[in-house]
Design a protein around this ligand. Sequence first.
Ligand code: SAM
Length: 364
Amino acid sequence: MTEQRAVDPDALKMFSFGVFSKLEGAVTAGMIHLGDRLGLYEVMASSVEGDSSETLASKAGLHERWVREWLHNQVAARIVTCADLSAEHPIYHLSPEGVAVLATPSHPAYGMGMFHRLPQTMAALEHMPEAFRTGVGHDYDSHGPEGAVGIERSFEPWNQNFLIPIVLPALQGVADKLKAGALVADIGCGSGGAALLMGKTFPLSNIEGFDISQFALERAEERKAESGINNVSFFDPRDHAIADDHRYDLICTFDCIHDMTQPTAMMKTIRQALKDDGTWLLVDIKAQESLELNVSKNPMASLLYGISVLSCMSSAMSEPNGEGLGTLGLSAAKAESMALEAGFTKFRKLDVDHSVNAFYEVRL
Ligand SMILES: C[S@@+](CC[C@H](N)C(=O)[O-])C[C@H]1O[C@@H](n2cnc3c(N)ncnc32)[C@H](O)[C@@H]1O
């Protein structure tokens, strides 16, 4: 018989509050998705004097009653501000910080990408019981075309603000090679934001993007056609294998090794594809070495472990023999030992400060 343990009434209240605050976060995240999708934050960002629910609804072309209820959620969640909630027609504002995070795609703190793909991420819950039973997850294409757009929107602020001015110059000799004309592979390139940016910045170089997501590759081709950039090409490595003849000067993997079913084999492929004096730029989530450290040092650990189940680890387990690293599965020590095992001899953490990612220069 199960032993009945006494319930402390105060601890019970605190525990229930903790559990329901997670539901509050999930539902408010849905409201943030709507604010982004309906253009409400964009309209609010353009209004210095603020808006009533009536003016906001009219500017956004929406029904006032729905906008008003949404605003009530946003004020209660401290996302939108309102100086006088008791006014007959309260006036709502976005703070400058709110404008940066919610409505300025070029700002480094812009965060709407993850919210863009929230419906697809949460829809993965439908497949989860089966994945937990069989062990087999789902790749990025299971999130549909909007999943690829969400990933694109998540990475674009980083690409625009960090890649060219900060990260590439931190790699030994790489910026000069790119200026003079180099061959680059961006493996796990998603919808091609980083590849296109490198192509545009370094017209004498050639950039090859590889990804297994058809939705991401379609989006990459669309963006390439819109941009007119012609030194960038995109491939599915299952149709056009990554060459193993030491031809690349630079290989980049941006936040994707932990998503791969076979990261060990991929590192060996990268080793064979790089020139002897080439560089692998490994960017991956800033994971600690253990669950204990992740939980104690990273206030976002529960978010990241949850995203892992719904997206990253699911992708890394999307074949029966997947290695299943997952979102927090590639700590610095793990990445270094895997890289050395794959035949690399030099592994250096770059001095780049980023809230989510760690940056490594890996060489032969
Ligand atoms: C989190 S996304 C990162 C996308 C991209 N690097 C960016 O910055 O937008 C991970 C990507 O890795 C891709 N991926 C997973 N396994 C792969 C593999 N074996 N080869 C190439 N790409 C892969 C996924 O399809 C997905 O587009």
